[in-house]
Design a protein around this ligand. Structure first.
Ligand SMILES: [Zn+2]
Length: 175
């Protein structure tokens, strides 16, 4: 009987225990070059609507540390509760590569104190995973969007603000 190298190779207990769980699981997502921006996260399998695609992990920080890091330009911080936020700008969080889209296929949800990226519709293997970053209108010019969705607004703003910004942009056009 053929044994897998995994089973036949003796491995120090310490290294087995410290090995991240994801390393031995089938890859469900992968990071590669995106047409939206830089690197993106892509589905390696199909996902049904409402499926949990990936957890957004990171380090827990208090609100004071959070605003310090936000001001320093960290765009990977998520609200967790009244006291704590999650800074996902860590090497072990592949979800930090997920790009914004104005017509996203996922959304971030807080479930039992953990942040999950949830499929909003059927996602096919090979599709780029996206969600709406939900930015407000402060400094929207600093966040141009190249998601290429059918009705592009040109900026990464929360979906509930997009109509407002569209009207604002139309009326402030100088010609
Ligand atoms: Zn967009």
């Amino acid at each position: 009987m053929k044994t897998t190298p995994e089973a036949s190779q003796p491995v120090p207990v310490k290294s087995r225990l410290s090995r991240p769980r994801l390393a031995t699981s089938p890859r469900l997502t992968e990071t590669r070059k995106s047409t939206i921006h830089g690197l993106g996260l892509f589905a390696c399998s199909n996902y049904l609507p409402n499926a949990r695609v990936i957890e957004y992990v990171g380090v827990e920080i208090d609100k004071q540390e959070s605003s310090r890091r936000c001001q320093a330009g960290n765009d990977c911080i998520f609200h967790l509760d009244g006291q704590r936020d999650i800074d996902g700008n860590v090497e072990w969080n592949p979800a930090r590569f997920i790009n914004h889209s104005c017509a996203p296929n996922c959304e971030a949800e807080l479930i039992d104190g953990r942040i999950w990226i949830i499929a909003k519709r059927l996602i096919r293997a090979g599709e780029e995973i996206t969600f709406n970053y939900g930015y407000d209108l402060d400094d929207y010019q600093d966040y141009p969007c190249r998601c290429g969705s059918p009705a592009p607004l040109g900026y990464m703003v929360a979906s509930e603000l997009s109509d407002y910004l569209r009207i604002k942009l139309q009326t402030s056009t100088p010609y």
